[in-house]
Design a protein around this ligand. Sequence first.
Ligand code: ARG
Length: 572
Amino acid sequence: MDLEKLLTDRLAPAFATVAGGPVDPVVRRSQRADFQSDAALALARRLGRPPRTIAAEVLDRADLADLCAAAEVSGPGFLNLTVADGALAGLVSALAADPRLGVPRTTTPDTVVIDYSAPNVAKEMHVGHLRSTVIGDAAARLLEWLGHRVVRANHLGDWGTPFGMLIEHLVDLGGAEAAHELSMGDLDSFYKTARAKFDADEAFRERSRRRVVALQGGDEATLRLWRLLVEQSERYFLTVYDLLDVTLTERDFQGESSYNDLLAPVVEELDRLGLLRTSDGAACVFPPGQVGRDGEPLPLIVRKSDGGYGYPATDLAAIRHRTGTLGATRLLYVVGLPQRRHFEMVYAAAAQAGWLVAPVRAEHVGFGSILGPDGRMLRSRAGESVKLVGLLEEAVARATALARERNPELGEAEAAEVGRAVGIGAIKYADLSSDRHKDYVLDWERMLSLDGNTAPYLQYAYSRIRSIFRRAGAAARPDAPVSLAEPAERALAFELVGFAAVVTEVERSLEFHHLAGYLYRLAAAFSAFYERCPVLRADGPVRESRLVLCDLTGRVLRQGLHLLGIRSPERL
Ligand code: ARG
């Protein structure tokens, strides 16, 4: 139980008595005391009485004796609360004894379908897919840890008109050569060559068109070629996931094509419900409240004028499948902000059709772009979109070189291991520690730095704690009495007991920079503690107590990083 909540629960009844109705005490960490409540000020205005008097009356009635060493009215009518060392120590001991570090499993489990990563067959993953993959995977880890049922839905782009040209290009190359190119991760050149032929060669274009028809008609030979493209691409994406340390597996691919049989029924049902209107030959839904800049209602095209179904129809079918068949109660779409409007329209249409009904909810977990050092969209020197694996390999190479430089005693294998954990961790952390709604700049120096809000800083803090225990030659005794005499010990304890509140907040907001920021504050509080409070050189009970603080910090750091999908090596 975190302290804000404990103090709120104690103050709320007192405020309610004074106010004659419920009041949120608004308890916050404060510079002056440990915590502060400002609620008396607003209440005083409402009641037309002096705020200091109100604050004093609340304090008179509040039962704080076992929790606070001091509680006083200050300034214009703030309540300043100083937590008793014994109470804080008790909370720390409870955490130390709890394998879940104070974070309870949810009592209201959702079935959460997380739509994330979703690259496109025979096309390179770009940095947008990096963000989706990293954020979506953190969501999957965190929600699963809290006890929700998580379904990972990798909405692979494996269907549509480009497959005509891709298959014809495959035919030209021959299956073996094509498989080789694709499995090497040469997706971009495969796609671009196909595209170039399509643009330049009328005969190729014609073959491609006929091929799309054959594909849609279920022609067995064509389907075989298509499957080859899909399988080779999937195999390649799995190697990227492996390098990236994400939890997606081959079982999580739920490509767009898997909804093919649902598309016609979905459109028929929309028609039966009277939701379809024809516009320029296309069947459209006009979801309520969705208007363009000109104020005109916006159409969501569910069947094109040529009879084909596209991206919106597939997403409607996916919603129906996820809520209807999978029993989802929470739908997450980890997709870039440019697709916001698309999802708003799809959700509104699905709601109208009765496929998305409260309490089931759909959320667009949107994110901004990754920018280059020049503050513009990240591009390679040749001006092309940056290949994701290239980025990951560079991160690992840089981190491995830094690891060797800092620690020449590291063996080859260990340096590679550390380089990978730190390099990949740095990339993921740079992403997760920035507000996902905003763009951020990819800055190698900063993200690999051992100082500041970075993965290496947190991993370093963790490895330092592990080295304390290696030197101690023993683990901490979690039941050793905790004493918090030093300010640095208290400050660390306050951070430790705040873990649960942050995790619970992120469960709702999916704003992982709050978790990252918390871990950073925790690691900083640990550094300050470790500078001022000797651990191994302290005597008996103090040493034991400090070892509990070290151990708990290490466990929270490790668990927090794990939720972000980042490893914690024992040594750096
Ligand atoms: N494949 C799409 C892209 O690369 C992302 C798909 C997102 N998910 C969805 N259900 N529409 O942009």
